[in-house]
Design a binder for this molecule. Structure first.
Ligand SMILES: Nc1ncnc2c1ncn2[C@@H]1O[C@H](COP(=O)(O)OP(=O)(O)O)[C@@H](O)[C@H]1O
Ligand SMILES: [Mg+2]
Length: 231
């Protein structure tokens, strides 16, 4: 699905195909997918299991490469970048929210939130300030010195989101972020994502096949058998 737009495109997916395997085992996971994501979007990729949502998010997240077609992030075509440049781009410009929160158990909420900032080589004072600011944005400043094991599941997820937003990425990608959550936790996560989108204009692209999650999207791109469907 392609939209003519006046806003700056954070992500541009241009006629992307992705297949896995060879010969009789070949799977066409994405076919002729085109998509623009602008700054400030709250975009859901919807579709049944096997429709290509994770494949598309992995390509946008520079975790895998298309079989053909191009992906642009903030104007740079990913196919033209070295492995080092891609790693740097993932670190500096992309945020990921995982179903498992992937917090480091021996680090406090603050240290976990500082993690990517430390990888970026930011000075200690600056990363502390940015991490505290991010924790405040998710309502957890008062628990900054707790270890993940001393936090509830919902609070741990907030730390994971603080870690994702702390470096101010261009876009946050989340593959079925509510898949393992009960409906109350799922609602709370969506509330927080929506709040960050409304207040701070954080751009989100998330996949789901949950109708309650789709309801929250500002825009939905549907996938069926690896092809975009219009909504
Ligand atoms: N690593 C892989 N190797 C082979 N086939 C894959 C791989 N990843 C995904 N697929 C296939 O690609 C299609 C799209 O999968 P996926 O992107 O995971 O869909 P979704 O996230 O919507 O469930 C499915 O047919 C799936 O079986
Ligand atoms: Mg998936």
């Amino acid at each position: 699905m392609r939209r003519e737009t006046s806003g700056p495109a954070i992500v541009r997916v241009e006629d992307v195909y992705k297949s896995y395997g060879v010969g009789a085992g070949r799977v066409e996971a994405l076919t002729a997918v085109s998509l623009w994501v602008e700054a400030g979007e709250f975009l859901a990729l919807s579709g049944p299991s096997g429709s290509g949502k994770s494949t598309l998010l992995n390509l946008i997240g520079a975790l895998d490469t298309p079989t053909s077609g191009s992906i642009f992030l903030e104007g740079a075509v990913l196919g033209g970048l070295s492995r080092t440049a891609l790693a740097r781009l993932r670190r500096d410009r992309l945020g990921f929210i995982f179903q498992a929160y992937n917090l480091i158990p021996i680090m406090t909420a603050l240290e976990n939130t500082e993690f990517t900032l430390a990888l970026q080589g930011r000075p200690k004072q600056q990363r502390r300030e940015l991490a505290l600011e991010a924790l405040a944005q998710v309502g957890l400043a008062h628990l900054a010195l707790r270890l993940p094991g001393e936090l509830s599941g919902g609070q741990q997820q907030r730390v994971a989101i603080a870690r994702a937003i702390a470096p101010s990425p261009a876009v946050i990608l989340a593959d079925e972020p509510t898949a393992n959550l009960d409906s109350a936790s799922s609602g709370a996560l969506l509330d927080l994502m929506q709040d960050l989108n409304d207040r701070l204009n954080v751009t989100f692209v998330f996949s789901t096949h949950d109708p309650r999650v789709l309801e929250r999207a500002k825009r939905i791109v549907g996938l069926v058998d690896g092809r975009c469907t219009d909504h």
